[in-house]
Design a protein around this ligand. Structure first.
Ligand SMILES: CC(C)(COP(=O)(O)OP(=O)(O)OC[C@H]1O[C@@H](n2cnc3c(N)ncnc32)[C@H](O)[C@@H]1OP(=O)(O)O)[C@@H](O)C(=O)NCCC(=O)NCCS
Length: 396
């Protein structure tokens, strides 16, 4: 049994952010009914690269869901959504704030027909405040949250504020979305009450800034960009071995002596000025150059073996291909096979491993409107009515 079996979600979401969250709900057994605009669908269906007629971004974010194509800008379309909400537990949307109010599908309106509904809105900056009405994608949230300003290499090394390699703001907000819905479902279980959940991509990233905010408040200075280094400890950095990149060192100051043994430089452990993390930071470039020289003369396997001998933590910097082939990735079932529209794909598995109610990948993403008839029949629409709505382009 999946943990969320019996939970019905009306999923008005598009693009990347909130669909990441609703996919997690679907992975754990919720019935997620994705509402899409007829003949248009989720914007991610057309995002590049499009393969075999579908954006791969859509394919990766929508497994286990059902697709119902309904024009919500028609009274008959809206009536379908209201009817679906009557039988639902959760509604999720990620339009620009104001859109659902114009449609008459905002929390207050839907509470009138389903008073205990749990309703989650995901936006760039939140539903309230001076920026509420602005649209956003992950890059803008990474920019406004401050995260981008502390990511990347320093100006003096030719660096610039840098985004992450994926749409990180989307993923993090999508995960907070799931968390919020879980808290609300728990509250509903105990009290029978629904509630409104307001998630902003920018808030989600501010929440992730760890010590950057408290450091700034104490020292009055913005944290610098330090590339792959860590301000609290050194060595903790990226080095180029003979056959590729690796990440060496860790954040435990007590390991410095063993680290110096691992790289064959016990003399460094004797130097008074290098005995504290702060002292090592003052000599960061000297230590970097010593370790870089040492790493450049060895393969990654040699470095790994040497570090294992001295209890030092190590990881190769895997390319995506390397990660997909690692025994650990395969063992954890983090890459799975999926067939969609006759094509075979590999995609990520489910990172959450629950012992009694694990998630499962049951279905490929739906084609646009694949489940329109099935779902509308379940709420009383017959063949004649379906044909009439289809004729008027209200459904697809
Ligand atoms: C992503 C974003 C910038 C896109 O902006 P946009 O393309 O202008 O889209 P909006 O959300 O403003 O509006 C969607 C429109 O489609 C309409 N629409 C959506 N689904 C529909 C359907 N099934 N039937 C009819 N109309 C539909 C809405 O009614 C709305 O129309 P309106 O503006 O005339 O009221 C914006 O949605 C946003 O900021 N979302 C929140 C943050 C987010 O999740 N970003 C995406 C990260 S990948």
């Amino acid at each position: 049994m999946n943990a969320l079996e019996g939970i019905r979600v009306i999923d008005l979401t598009t693009s990347y952010s909130a669909p990441i969250g609703t996919m997690q709900l679907a992975d754990f057994g919720a019935e997620v009914i994705k509402i899409e605009r007829p003949y248009v669908g989720d914007g991610s269906r057309t995002w590049s690269p499009v393969v075999n007629g579908e954006g791969l971004s859509y394919v990766i974010m929508n497994r286990n869901k059902k697709s119902v194509a309904v024009n919500m800008k028609s009274e008959e379309g809206l009536e379908i959504i209201r009817e679906l909400v009557r039988g639902a537990d959760v509604v999720v949307e990620n339009f620009r704030p104001g859109v659902v109010k114009r449609l008459g599908l905002d929390y207050e309106s839907l509470c009138k027909i389903k008073p205990d509904i749990i309703y989650a809105s995901l936006s760039g900056y939140g539903q309230t405040g001076p920026d509420a009405k602005k649209g956003a994608f992950s890059n803008l949230a990474e920019a406004q949250s401050g995260l981008m300003s502390i990511t990347g290499f320093p100006d003096e090394e030719g660096g610039a504020p840098t985004g992450s390699g994926v749409a990180f703001g989307d993923s993090v907000a999508g995960m907070y979305l799931v968390q919020g819905i879980m808290y609300a479902l728990f509250h509903h279980e105990r009290t029978g009450e629904g509630q409104y959940i307001d998630i902003a991509m920018t808030d989600a990233l501010i929440g992730l800034l760890q010590h950057a905010v408290i450091n700034t408040s104490v020292f009055g200075e913005n944290p610098p960009r330090v590339g792959n280094r860590d301000l609290s400890e050194y060595p903790y950095d990226t080095f180029l071995a003979k056959d590729g990149w690796c990440q060496l060192g860790n954040a435990k100051a007590t390991d410095w002596t063993d680290f110096t043994l691992a790289i064959g430089r016990p003399d460094l452990a004797e130097r008074e000025e290098l005995k504290t993390p702060g002292g090592r930071w003052e000599h960061v470039n000297e230590i970097h150059d010593i370790v870089a020289e040492w790493a450049s003369q060895r393969t990654r396997a040699e470095i790994e073996a040497r570090f294992a001998e001295y209890g030092q933590l190590y990881s190769p910097i895997c390319t995506i291909k390397e990660m997909m082939e690692l025994p650990q990735t395969i063992h954890r079932e983090m890459i799975v096979d999926m067939e969609y529209r006759g094509m075979k794909y590999k995609m990520q598995g489910i990172p959450l491993k629950l012992s009694k109610t694990p998630g499962s990948i049951r279905n490929a993403p739906p084609t646009l409107g694949e489940n329109t008839d099935e779902i509308l029949r379940s709420i009383g629409y017959d063949d004649t009515k379906l044909a009439e709505l289809r004729e008027k382009d209200i459904i697809q």
